[in-house]
Design a protein around this ligand. Structure first.
Ligand code: HEM
Length: 455
């Protein structure tokens, strides 16, 4: 789907298609506040690989064509943009953690360098027993469910992933499987994210007038910070006996080799909140969607189950090598992230004035949001069955024939997801035991097959 205009004419932003807005508020009322992602995907179908939305005095481009996204992912011309939405998350508790920092912020580089190794291969081996510990809690719960009883899959997957990142990252147990309601951290975090998203759609005056919402957000932020401060204080109190190799240990003891500097306490707190936020809802959504698709497609489920049975054999606890052998399961997960990328967009901006697609002159600092679900359903890349769930879209031969920028569930370039391997290992390692211990011994109808909602 080429966007290059062979006539050589270059237009401006005004020439980019998009829904006609209203005076002053622009396209504010065109955005589906209940399901913004599906609303944007519908607009991409109508307006094409790049379209424009305007707000009060601002313009945002939404890109989903493979060629345009290829350009926008070029780190030498574009960078991540911290727009209104991420700024709200930043002020709501994530501070200058990795997710919400500008690339130009020296502390982003320092934290990135320090945190690369606790997300590396050796660290993944070390985390596996802890991942299995929490996965066992899930399978124990499901295995004890009576036939015919509903399982709230998204709620249990959220328990699993929150507890996993906290245990592997900080040695802390939320013990979510021993609670009826979500942990108060999850409630505070969900409210904060919902409010941050709502604010990015409001006029500044509207936000200022919502005094109660502001107070609630401050309370939630204080709660999250106090919880994390307690975890950090406990680790410091352990002194040399504390784990120095997990995320928290590395942040407390690690030094950036380039600058010789460590992370200040305030930044360690921001990173911990960031990992708890970025590191659990995305993976829990992935697992819920994957299970939904498998229950809807018994042949794929059977193949995944057979692979898990063969790879894991009679092992009570899967080894790192056994988890690596779950290649079909991994394909199921990759395909799930193609159709339902659980972080469905990321925003880039040109470092200098530029021409996009050989066709549109775009000034520097213009926000360009990559709409991942629409990119991943581009039929010119994925074929006529792009909208269908089929793990064979993800065979290594097929992927090798595509540009790496056709598949972007984990973002791009230097600002891509640092937790990618963590998420995929966690998802694979809970998956194997899930089949053997639970799903295979219950009928699929005991699991709720409602399609989970995207974020
Ligand atoms: C299926 C699971 C996951 C998905 C789909 C996902 C997706 C993404 C995406 C799209 C970005 C780029 C955002 C942007 O450019 O604005 C990102 C960044 C990030 N993710 Fe993930 N993520 C997942 C799991 C995790 C986990 C498990 C962790 C931590 C344990 C994590 C931590 C982060 C952090 C810290 C960043 C910011 C990196 C930086 O800019 O330096 N993510 N993720």
């Amino acid at each position: 789907m080429s966007t290059v205009d062979t006539s050589g004419t270059v237009g401006g932003i005004d020439d980019i298609p998009g829904p006609r807005g209203l005076p002053l508020v622009g396209n504010l009322f065109d955005i589906d506040s209940h399901d913004p992602v599906e609303g944007f995907v519908a607009m991409a179908r109508e307006y094409g690989p790049i379209f424009k939305l305007s707000g009060a005095g601002s313009v945002r481009l939404i890109a989903s064509g493979a060629d345009i996204v290829e350009e926008v992912c070029d780190d030498s011309r574009f960078d991540k943009m911290i727009g209104a939405g991420l700024s709200n998350v930043r002020s709501g508790g994530a501070g200058n953690g990795l997710f919400t920092s500008e690339t130009s912020d020296p502390i982003w580089h320092r934290a990135h360098n320090i945190l690369m190794s606790p997300f590396g291969m050796q660290a993944m081996r070390d985390y596996l027993p802890k991942m299995i510990d929490v996965a066992d809690q899930l399978t124990d719960k499901w295995a004890r469910t009576n036939p015919g009883e509903d399982v709230d899959v998204p709620a249990d997957m959220t328990r699993l992933t929150l507890d996993t990142i906290a245990l592997c990252g900080f040695g802390y147990r939320f013990n979510s499987f021993y609670r009826e309601a979500p942990h108060p951290f999850v409630e505070a975090m969900t409210r904060t994210l919902t409010e941050s998203q709502a604010r990015s759609r409001q006029l500044p005056l509207q936000t200022r007038l919502r005094v109660r919402a502001q107070r609630r957000m401050e309370e939630d932020q204080a709660f999250m910070e106090a919880l994390v401060d307690g975890i950090v204080a406990e680790r410091r109190a352990q002194g040399a006996a504390g784990d120095a190799t997990d995320l928290l240990g590395r942040m407390i003891n690690g030094v950036d080799r380039q600058t010789g500097e460590g992370l200040p306490d305030e930044n360690i707190r921001a990173q911990c909140i960031t990992f708890l936020i970025a590191g659990h809802e995305t993976t829990s959504g992935l697992l819920s969607f994957a299970l939904y698709y498998l229950l809807k497609n018994p042949a794929f489920l059977e193949r995944a189950r057979a692979e898990a049975d063969e790879a894991l054999g009679d092992s009570a606890v899967p080894t790192f090598e056994q988890v690596q052998r779950l290649t079909y399961v991994r394909r199921v997960l990759d395909e799930t992230l193609r159709l339902w990328p659980t972080a469905p967009a990321f925003t880039r901006t040109p470092l200098e004035d530029t021409v996009l697609g050989g066709r549109y002159a775009v000034p520097r600092r213009t926000p360009i949001t990559v709409l991942i679900p629409a990119l991943h359903r581009d039929t010119s890349v994925w074929g006529p069955d792009a909208a269908e769930f089929d793990p064979d879209h993800m065979t290594s031969e097929r992927l090798a024939a595509l540009s790496t920028n056709s598949y972007k569930p984990f973002g791009t370039g230097q600002r891509a997801c640092i937790g990618r391997q963590f998420a995929l290992q966690e998802a694979c390692s809970c998956w194997g035991p899930c089949y053997s211990a639970s799903i295979s011994s219950t009928t699929p109808t005991t699991c709720s097959t409602r399609r989970p909602r995207s974020r």
